[in-house]
Design a protein around this ligand. Structure first.
Ligand code: G6P
Length: 611
């Protein structure tokens, strides 16, 4: 969703803000803007389009000053044009505000403000906040007091940053439901941002704000408050990764870099967690929650997008190996459907960003009903990580490409580790546990092998770059892989693709099959391999084009499939990880060949912090 950043220091603010915006661009990229206190007032520049447009506009004309805010937008209210771009200004141009989130009572507030004589320039919900701040601002008021008073009237989700020439040399930020953190630099330099990527070039010391918090950054330091409780203290955390982690390091796109990072990210999610002798996993985050976990009778997994697909694989894992019944719910459905959460249910939220609004809301619903909650999250200190009772971090490093790749495979490993943990405390034998642990240890090297297929998969992409539809089919553990393969292709190449359980094909999608329809079969050697081979026959009988992902030898498919992609063999429960990687590469290369913007696909955002 939108990216926000603020800077107060001793350097020119505009270049620092622009640099931070580039790092935040993955959060939204339909328009961008900047506001700087220039000693006389607030100077603002906004542009529709990507940050590059703003950069061109600023070339030679960047406002001068050492305090400023900047924004990159993912439109919710109103089209992505210059007028709707942030910052939004008070009528006299003295207050500038940027916002991430959605104000739910915007219409009511707008009508009230219009009746008080305010004129609105944009279609956004954001503009009401800036006029409201002006409205409550009496002579001599400080910026933070005006912001706090205005926020008392506001309902909805927000992360905001505000500057004003009425009370200059200061930035006020606030959050409720949208992520916001402070970066504490040296010698009186401060930043604020919607995520760590915004501040990490300046500092690795960050303060995460909680919902209802606001903060003041000025020349005397930073202060944190809660809207109801007044002054509060918030701990300073150290970010463990550095700038290199959010740069492309020679790769053409973040998506490709992140695909190639998987041997490392998979190593990182397992590091220190494998117990070879016991055939189990040591998960620090679960340590003090054994009593709760031993009482768990069923698990409801809730997530969105790619994380939901990881959840489906979790269902197969936990049911088959730990014998715990699992349901997987779209977070957006779970939160509104009056879910049944009987005693003994653990609610497990899976999220890369830890900020997805629907997942967070589903989690809150579960907590409200008294269920214990767990998270599998990548971003440390994120809202979901802090809302759950306990959890497991992925340690995958920042994922910038909008289409999730390395976080997905790390989520599966985290679920395997959790399955080992739960299974070994229940019915899983030590031998079975050891077999899985040994297979996990071999995984990063196997992924290295698959990455060597990059050129071969690029050639395959050449063959299919111009088709209009794709079908992905798999069974058992490979069914969610099929869903994820189809999603990846859709997201980055805009080719329509569907994932389906291979046998269900007969009940509908088979009608679509002709000589123009490529069908990707996930057919590694597992318990349902023979069944999948029969499904391949059905497609070939109708002249469909078959791309088969196989492991080991697959004589039944040699000569039958039009293309065979061979991945190493491992235990069935880890095959989804290996099988996903060629599909990521296929989606990537098809998209590049079609000239698509792989890292910033149209209409998508990395982290969806609105409903
Ligand atoms: C967006 C992203 C997807 C992601 C989904 C869930 O749609 O574009 O890549 O899978 O949100 O995000 P989360 O951060 O909760 O995993």
């Amino acid at each position: 969703m939108c990216g926000i950043v603020g800077y107060l220091g001793h350097e020119e603010a505009a270049p620092v803000l622009l640099e931070a915006l580039r790092r935040l661009e993955y959060r939204g990229y339909d328009s961008a803007g900047i506001a700087v206190l220039n000693g006389k007032g607030v100077a603002t520049v906004k542009r529709a389009g990507k940050i590059a447009q703003l950069e061109t506009a600023l070339n030679g004309y960047a406002p001068r000053g050492t305090v400023g805010i900047a924004h990159t937008r993912w439109a919710t209210h109103g089209p992505p044009n210059e007028v709707n771009a942030h910052p939004h200004m008070s009528s006299d141009g003295e207050i500038a505000l940027i916002h991430n989130g959605i104000i739910e009572n915007a219409d009511v507030l707008r009508r009230m403000l219009e009746s008080e004589g305010y004129t609105f320039r944009s279609d956004t919900d954001t503009e009401v906040i800036v006029h409201l701040i002006d409205h409550v601002w009496a002579n001599g008021t400080r910026l933070e007091h005006a912001v706090a008073a205005a926020l008392q009237e506001v309902e909805g989700a927000y992360g905001i940053a505000v500057i004003s020439s009425r009370d200059p040399e200061k930035i006020v930020v606030a959050r409720n439901g949208s992520p916001l953190l402070l970066g504490i630099g040296k010698d009186g330099t401060f930043m604020a941002g919607s995520d760590v990527a915004a501040v990490v070039a300046v500092t690795r010391d960050v303060v995460y704000l909680d919902d209802g918090d606001y903060a003041v950054l000025d020349r005397s330091g930073y202060r944190t408050y809660h809207l109801e409780r007044g002054s509060v203290s918030r701990a300073v955390h150290q970010v463990t990764w550095d700038l290199a982690a959010i740069e492309k390091s020679g790769f053409e796109h973040f998506m490709l870099k992140e695909i190639f990072e998987q041997p490392e990210s998979l190593g990182d999610v397992m590091r220190g967690r494998l117990l070879s002798e016991e055939g189990s996993a040591r998960l620090g985050g679960l340590k003090d929650h054994e009593v709760v976990l031993d009482r768990v009778e069923r698990i409801t997994i809730t997530a969105c997008g790619t994380s939901w697909h990881a959840g489906l694989i979790g269902e197969y894992l936990l049911e088959e190996l730990a014998r715990v019944p699992v349901e997987v719910e779209y977070a957006s459905e779970f939160r509104y459907k009056n879910p049944v959460i009987p005693e003994g249910t653990l609610v497990l939220a899976i999220s890369q960003s830890g900020e997805t609004a629907d997942t967070l809301a589903a989690l809150r619903e579960a907590k409200q009903r008294g269920a214990p909650t767990m998270g599998i999250v990548n971003v440390v200190g994120s809202s979901i990580a802090r809302t759950t009772d306990f959890g497991v971090y992925l340690h995958a490093g920042p994922e910038i490409g909008v289409a999730s790749t390395k976080a997905f495979t790390s989520q599966i490993v985290a679920l395997v580790l959790f399955t080992l943990y739960m299974g070994r405390r229940r019915e899983m034998s030590v031998l079975q546990g050891r077999e899985i642990v040994a297979a996990l240890e071999a995984l990063p090297a196997q992924v290295e092998e698959i990455l060597k297929l990059n050129d071969e998969i690029r050639e395959l992409a050449e063959v299919y770059r111009d088709v209009s539809n794709f079908l992905y089919l798999g069974r058992g553990y490979q069914f969610p892989v099929a869903l994820e393969g189809a999603l990846k292709l859709k997201e980055v190449s805009y080719i329509h693709a569907e994932g389906y359980p291979a046998a269900e094909m007969k009940h509908g999608p088979i009608a679509l099959i002709d000589e123009n329809m490529p069908v990707v079969f996930l057919a590694p050697r597992d318990g349902v391999y023979g069944k999948v081979v029969s499904n391949v026959e059905e497609v070939k009988a109708r002249q469909g084009k078959v791309i088969a992902v196989v492991s080991d030898e697959a004589p039944e498919l040699e000569g039958k499939a039009d293309h065979v992609i061979r991945i190493p063999q491992t235990v069935p429960c880890l095959l989804p990880i290996l099988a996903s990687i060629p599909l990521q590469l296929l989606a990537y290369h098809v998209a590049v060949l079609r000239g698509c913007d792989v890292d910033q696909p149209r209409n998508l955002a990395k982290s969806v912090t609105v409903e």
